[in-house]
Write a protein of this length. Structure first.
Length: 127
């Protein structure tokens, strides 16, 4: 079974219900399993300025998720990605986390992740 790493922007789209029906159904399935996120996404999610209800929903999502930390393998993949592509370090860490674990990255930000060796991506807006 394919495994997925969820990018921060997709969590935002999911919580704001801005995904198309098929993308929302896909994300419901992924989130009903144990969602997987990078420690970078965890940090980004915790920085959101929102009302207390949404903040608790985000905290509950994080608590239900498997958080992937920065390991030596992620560091090696990140350095390789940054050597070969102009990409911000947080995005490179998220991509490297997906590559290091063999996961498909779920993102709405395809342009920043295109042409990264070994990275598979899926956009829930275009399913």
């Amino acid at each position: 079974m394919e495994q997925y790493l969820i990018d921060t922007n997709v969590v935002s789209d999911y919580f704001s219900a801005s995904l198309p029906k098929r993308g929302l159904q896909f994300m419901d399935f992924i989130i009903d399993e144990t969602p997987n996120i990078s420690v970078i996404s965890q940090i980004e999610l915790l920085c959101w300025k929102t009302d207390t209800v949404k903040e608790q929903r985000v905290r509950d999502f994080i608590a239900d998720s498997t958080i992937f930390n920065i390991t030596p393998s992620v560091i090696a993949h990140c350095a390789n990605i940054r050597r070969n592509k102009r990409i911000k370090t947080p995005d490179a860490i998220i991509a490297a986390t997906a590559v290091a674990h063999g996961y498909t990255l779920i993102t709405n930000n395809e342009k920043d992740f295109v042409n990264i060796a070994g990275l598979k991506i899926i956009n829930p807006h275009t399913i």
